[in-house]
Design a protein around this ligand. Structure first.
Ligand SMILES: [Zn+2]
Length: 53
């Protein structure tokens, strides 16, 4: 999957407003600022670690 924000490959799939979008790690970090829900944040971090291993 390609990053939603750039041409890089997506490392994480973010469910935003019911729409799944792929984001690279750089843009994932950017999006963290928007994710005030700590439960969502924790889930995304777990996903990132799973996909890295
Ligand atoms: Zn990107």
């Amino acid at each position: 999957m390609q990053c939603h924000y750039c041409d890089g490959s997506a490392d994480v799939t973010v469910d935003k407003d019911g729409v799944k979008v792929g984001v690279c790690e750089d843009h994932f970090q950017d999006r963290l600022d928007e994710l005030s829900d700590s439960e969502t944040l924790q889930r995304l971090r777990e996903q990132l670690e799973i996909e890295r291993s």
